[in-house]
Design a protein around this ligand. Sequence first.
Ligand SMILES: [Zn+2]
Length: 155
Amino acid sequence: MHKIMKKVLLMAAVLCLSLMSAFPALALGAVTEIVDDTDYVNSGPGAEQAPEEEPAQAQEVSLGMFTVTGYCGCDRCSSGNNLTYSGTVPTPNHTISADLTHYPIGTKLRIGDVVYTVEDKGSSVKGNVVDIFYASHEEALAKGTYKAEVFLVQK
Ligand SMILES: [Zn+2]
């Protein structure tokens, strides 16, 4: 029984070989197919891919020199508004007021070591003027008005 099986297999193999030598195009076709398969695997979803570039570090662009002023949540500074123009709770070292036509809500601006987020606007905050939120009126006054280079932080 086994012997017969072997014979059959052997015959099939011989037949296959003779077919391939009789029709070289057939053999070539088979080889091409294998190559195509390899290509497919290499470009498929499971294929190894060149590692993607590290997400770029935050890029900064200098916006030039600004007049930097300070404000707080008091009636004099904020006319009794408890929230920023964008509806957030103003936070020191975070909230900054800017000219929204140039720097819309959510824009990140770095001044010195602090990256602020534009969340507010002000009637006197136009063009190259930014207004930093401080926790108290005293601090806002103490920091005063000064000139500083402002950087736009891009994601
Ligand atoms: Zn104030």
